[in-house]
Design a protein around this ligand. Sequence first.
Ligand SMILES: [Zn+2]
Ligand SMILES: [Zn+2]
Ligand SMILES: [Zn+2]
Length: 253
Amino acid sequence: MRSNSARRGSSRFAKKVGEIRPTQLLHSSGVGALIDLPNLSVMVMGLDEWDLTHSTVLTEQRLLAQVKRRLGDQVEQLLMPPAVQEGNGFGNDALGYENLVGVPCSPFPRWMVCPVCKTLAPLSSGLFNLDPKPFAPERSRFVHTNCRAKKPPAVLPVRFMVACEAGHLDDFPWVDFVHRGEKCERPQLRLEEFGVSGEAADVQVKCTNCGSSRRMSAAFGEQALYRGAALAQVLCVAGAALLLGEGRRPVPP
Ligand SMILES: [Zn+2]
Ligand SMILES: [Zn+2]
Ligand SMILES: [Zn+2]
């Protein structure tokens, strides 16, 4: 599994962040699935982002015929997930080319929280940088580079996101939510927790630029608003209602 840049098919900036068995890819962890790694939460990207250079063709004519019967004649061939076969001459170099071959994934949710200073920001803010671990890829993490902590601490994927009934996921609308739809020139968010319950009522998002704050409990239930409309009435691109979902709880620092 490799974390990809937004650039299609480009493995130049990709980093290996973990491993997954081919059977997992076929079942629970296919395209669009969220995978929990020790410090990262990633989503498997669509097939159009896969680099198939290292995909072996399956030469099972009867299986191909079966698949065609079900899906149609446009299916030309069956491929294994991209992987570098052993004994290919690439060697076993953790920093080597073979570690750039794999299934592309992308961090999701894209908002992270710093456990030390509570900064809540999207990865696109540039505040958090990937700290890859070539020799232990599954321990790769994002760190808060300019945190007040002495050593840049590992940041955690925020545990709130929105999902529709058909399973489409999106980031929680943090900026809209805390500002109740009002404008803020330079939003700077923090996610604060009171007590150890971890319940939504004890979690507050705050903008240190304008002073707005809001408890997460306001995002749940029928009164919940999403982009100015009741959350339950807003439709996703595919036409299903958006609901608020909760991901895993962050591990205390
Ligand atoms: Zn920090
Ligand atoms: Zn949907
Ligand atoms: Zn603000």
